[in-house]
Design a binder for this molecule. Structure first.
Ligand code: SAH
Length: 189
């Protein structure tokens, strides 16, 4: 009944995304979200993925083995805080129906590339301005690593400050698990 956090994020996004949509993976990491988004948006859709590490772009690209999916994905080696500029250039006039964030660092990779509160907040603000009506923003936060708790706290302060007439904001967390990640979902009204 209670899906693990990442599966729950996918389940919510898959309910919202439709064929032909634009979707954003704000933190490519190992590319799992991008592969799912690319399947979901179908042949007329578009996925734009962001990461700072070439390693992440490469592993995301390598996951796009399902027929046609690689053709509908643009991967950019740019911080997600530059989302608005990249969208204006790569998908002018289009608004994303889903924006997914999976914060922290790439497991087994360089922890210096962990996401950081200030750029994460800038990207979230951009995503909230860009998101299509009926769309969804998901954010998975990891409080267990250095800087992770502060980043989660900042994200939750930002999310709580969104006026209830503008969006529904939901927090999903296994409360009695130690330093468990949490999943935030924002759906504009
Ligand atoms: N913590 C997750 C994995 C997160 S991967 C888990 O345990 O499964 C997070 C990815 O975000 C990394 O690949 C990292 O390079 C990327 N990243 C860090 N800062 C970023 C930024 N400003 N813009 C886009 N991607 C960023």
């Amino acid at each position: 009944m209670f899906h693990p956090i990442l599966n729950q994020a996918h389940a919510w996004v898959e309910r919202v995304l439709k064929p032909g949509d634009l979707a954003i993976d704000a933190t490519l990491g190992n590319g799992r979200d991008t592969a799912i988004l690319a399947e979901r948006v179908g042949p007329h859709g578009l996925v734009i993925g962001f990461d700072l590490q070439q390693e992440a772009l490469d592993s995301a690209r390598a996951r796009l083995t399902s027929p046609g999916t690689a053709d509908r994905v643009i991967l950019v080696k740019t911080g997600h805080e530059g989302m608005a500029g990249v969208l204006a250039q790569r998908a002018p006039g289009r608004r994303p129906r889903a924006v997914m964030f999976n914060l922290g660092y790439l497991p087994g990779g360089n922890r210096e590339f962990a996401t950081k509160a200030d750029t994460t907040l800038a990207a979230l603000a951009a995503a909230f301005e860009l998101i299509a009506p009926g769309g969804i923003i998901t954010v998975v936060c990891y409080p267990g690593h250095a800087g992770g708790q502060d980043e989660q706290d900042a994200v939750l302060v930002w999310a709580r400050s969104i006026p209830s007439f503008r969006a529904t904001v939901v927090l999903y967390q296994f409360l009695n698990a130690h330093k468990a990640p949490c999943l935030l979902a924002i759906t504009p009204k």
